[in-house]
Design a protein around this ligand. Sequence first.
Ligand SMILES: Cc1ncc(COP(=O)(O)O)c(C=O)c1O
Length: 427
Amino acid sequence: MHKDSNRIIELKKQYIMPCLYHFYQRPPVMVKGDMQYLYDADGKQYTDFYAGVSVMNCGHNNPAIIEPVIQQIRTLQHTTTIYLTEPIAELAERVVAFMDSSLKKVFFVNSGTEANEGALLLSKLYTGKNGFIAFEGGLHGRTSLTMNLTGIDMWRTDPEIRPNIFFAPHPGRFIREMNNEKRICASLNAIEKILVQHNTIAACIIEPIQGNGGIIEAPDTFFVRLKELLARYGVLLIFDEVQTGFGRTGEPFYFKHTGIAPDILTCAKALGNGFPIGMFAASDEIAACYTRPGASTTGGNPVSAAAALAVLSYIEKNSLCGKARQLGEYLKSQLKKLQEQYPVISEVRGKGLMIGAELSSENVPLTKETDSVLEGLKDNGYLIGKTGINRNVLTFQPPLIISKDDIDGLITALERQLAGLCIPSAL
Ligand SMILES: Cc1ncc(COP(=O)(O)O)c(C=O)c1O
């Protein structure tokens, strides 16, 4: 552990609210980033397979992103939206083209939480209703409403339970033995029951792959059928693409895999590649109801907008969606090979470069062992994430500029960790 770690932990303890935790027993102090690599205060290099939770899709300190940002900071940093500036308008045009769908109007904010709040507000304005459906295992943010729509107990800190919010079972969360058709029907039937009983529902919000919930996927045809069901009851479908956006799953957005576009889409994280920006988007028709004054002091400010413009160009010029698809398949196949050798990996799942490997033994989650693998990988120079309701899913969401050699190195290091695991015998 670097000597600065203890000092930083002490400062955190003294001055930051105690809810802010960090990974690792022996946490490194990160001081530098360079594409897929991070460096700690001792100069040790780490290959980053978590990208600051699905943020740094274009890599750390990528000159193609930061140079235009520095230029923008030197020229004009902030005015707010009451003045006309070019980057926000140009970004709106570019991101609508990038979505290439019925989603034609956007509103820029600072974070994923705010993007979801905005989307939920828009759905209320459009439908005149105020109830919501969300999914067990989903995560949507840190405000009172978005926490109330979060289906993971550890992230629902707000003690207030809001009325008119209903949870549905996610099709990816039923027992493994259940086939896809049964999963879809069980989930849709539960949703229809809510819709029949409550005519107050404005929208249903879903992460197309649950990120924090453990990289949980739904069968491909679920989303078409979900949208069709909701439409019959006049309820909007909101896709929270805060984690799945901007090439992560092998398409610009996850909805491109599904054959439908959501009524409202939210995103943040990778849009700014580390600069704070988020947005919600809707069709012209839905957006038309949002006419009362709406503003965000720093949402879509010139600096974040310059970053986002550079991100969109970089993703397109460097074919990052294709890279995520190809390297994601490779990483997944290598993890599946490890699974054959080490049955503690009970499942490998995900799309593109958003992959989870769950650790459990006879259906008992191996939470401590997951921590031990994370710590060991970090000591060997690899950073990965952990997710899941039981925090037992090794999570891989690297920058999309990662190489095959990086993956091979990670797999070798991971194999060493798995081989060294002591699995409790009497579970
Ligand atoms: C799917 C999803 N939605 C919303 C959020 C909240 O985003 P933010 O932390 O930018 O407010 C997160 C954060 O991790 C997320 O994963």
